[in-house]
Design a protein around this ligand. Structure first.
Ligand code: NDP
Ligand code: GDR
Length: 378
């Protein structure tokens, strides 16, 4: 039985990867941060009490900013594979917390690599580093491949650039099996709520149910190559099963504007939205409704009307420096890893909108039933 250590196991990718590795028969250890509230929602379905027999998933407290705990945990676990997914992963937030982001996302990678080296595990432990398409930043050429030059455009991307190169350096200097997965944006129903796709699918579900008036958005013209996290965690695993360590781009090869993602999400529920106006004055209004489709989705078409504005711009969501266009060329992964995504954009949007419609309905049901008004301090 192989043993894997996942940092960032409580995040979107960590949860999908843990599920994937458990299905493959791995013993999975996860590094989780201490927080004042439970932060294991995404992996609770995988977790069994440690007193039970044959437990295959164990969690340890730790933080990428603390090398002492990394050394201790890696020593205890003696992992065959480490997936370093932990990071302050929000690009906009990295402008507000640049130093912390550099510490966790940049130096954190060094701490993991050094822990493996110090403990004499360089021949045993294979390391996956969660690198990112944000490295390409200001467009140099498209589609972006493993040979496209980097031009990072945020404190997040600059920190990840350090993580990328220190991984390459440790591979070359110490002959370690360490790889960078340069993953383009990947989403899912458990994507963090402040990333653009999830913000849209949750907002669309609430608007369609009459529980929210507008989606306030930033730059609608940004183009992203969106895939499904479920497909991308398989690529992470494949990278660690090769004869020699290499870096790979993982992407769908299709790019879409934020504006079009919003259109597709509304259409999924039978609502057609058209955009007009420019930059901060752009807005999205309802131009058509498929009453049958809405009713089929359990929606009341009367909560919306033609010409109603549902999308507005709030410049606070603009970034000081933006990444305008990402479109990945994953030819190397197709050829060497035999990796192919199963979800296209339509299937991704459908998965996310369906899930959020269900969650929002459930929440509303509890609220109406009087179960959401508990105030601990009364
Ligand atoms: P999430 O933000 O969903 O998850 C991040 C994880 O890292 C969480 O478990 C979080 O813990 C943990 N974490 C954050 N800071 C620390 C720290 N200092 N010490 C220990 N753990 C920490 O990100 P994703 O799952 O989407 O992404 C996984 C990785 O892949 C990240 O490194 C991200 O930068 C990178 N990436 C993501 C892409 C994407 O499109 N999703 C694309 C390319 C790269 P907590 O739950 O407590 O907050
Ligand atoms: P990104 O993802 O920055 O690409 O990083 P995000 O979903 O935050 O933004 C994508 C694009 O949408 C534009 N945008 C908005 N973004 C957010 N969050 N909220 C808004 O209201 C909004 N309006 C428009 C953004 O300007 C941007 O152009 C993600 C993260 O998962 C990183 O960790 C990862 O490395 C990269 O993807 C690949």
């Amino acid at each position: 039985m192989k043993t894997a250590l996942i940092t960032g196991i409580t995040g979107q990718d960590g949860a999908y990867l843990a599920e994937f590795l458990l299905k493959k028969g791995y013993m999975v250890h996860g590094l989780k941060r201490r927080s004042s509230l439970f932060n294991t929602d995404r992996i609770d379905h995988l977790y069994h009490d440690s007193h039970e027999q044959g437990v295959k998933l164990k969690l340890d407290y730790g933080d990428l900013t603390d090398s002492t705990n990394l050394i201790r945990i890696i020593q205890e676990v003696q992992p065959d594979e480490i997936y370093n997914l932990a990071a302050q992963s929000h690009v906009k937030v990295s402008f507000d917390t640049p130093e912390y982001t550099a510490n966790a996302d940049g130096i954190g990678v060094l701490r993991v690599l050094e822990a493996v080296r110090i403990l004499g595990l360089t021949e045993r432990t294979r390391i996956y580093q969660a690198s990112t398409s944000e490295l390409y930043g200001l467009v140099q050429a498209v589609p972006q491949s493993e040979t496209t030059p980097f031009y990072p455009r945020s404190p997040y991307a600059v920190a990840k650039m350090y993580g990328y190169w220190i991984t390459v350096n440790y591979r070359e200097a110490y002959n370690m099996y360490a790889c960078n997965g340069i993953l383009f944006n990947h989403e899912s129903p458990v994507r963090g709520e402040t990333f653009v796709t999830r913000k849209i699918t949750r907002g669309v579900a609430k608007i369609a149910l009459g529980l929210q008036d507008f989606l306030y958005m930033g730059n609608l013209s940004a183009q992203r190559d969106w895939g499904h996290a479920k497909d991308y965690v398989e690529a992470m695993w494949l990278m660690l099963q090769q004869d020699k360590p290499e870096d790979f781009v993982i992407a769908t090869g299709v790019t879409t504007t934020v504006r079009d993602f919003i259109r597709l999400a509304f259409i999924e529920l039978g609502i057609e939205v058209e955009f007009s106006g420019k930059e901060a004055f752009e807005k999205g209004v309802v131009i058509d409704m498929d009453v049958e489709k809405m009713q089929h989705n359990g929606l009341n078409p009367d909560v919306l009307r033609f010409g109603q504005t549902v999308v507005k711009i709030d410049p606070k969501y603009y970034r000081p420096t933006e990444v305008d266009l990402l479109i990945g060329d994953a030819t190397k992964a197709h050829q060497k890893l035999d990796w192919q995504p199963k979800y296209d954009l339509q299937a991704l949007v459908e998965d996310m909108v369906r899930s959020d419609l269900h969650l929002v309905k459930k929440d509303d049901h509890l609220r109406r039933g009087g179960f959401k008004t508990l105030n601990y301090f009364e």
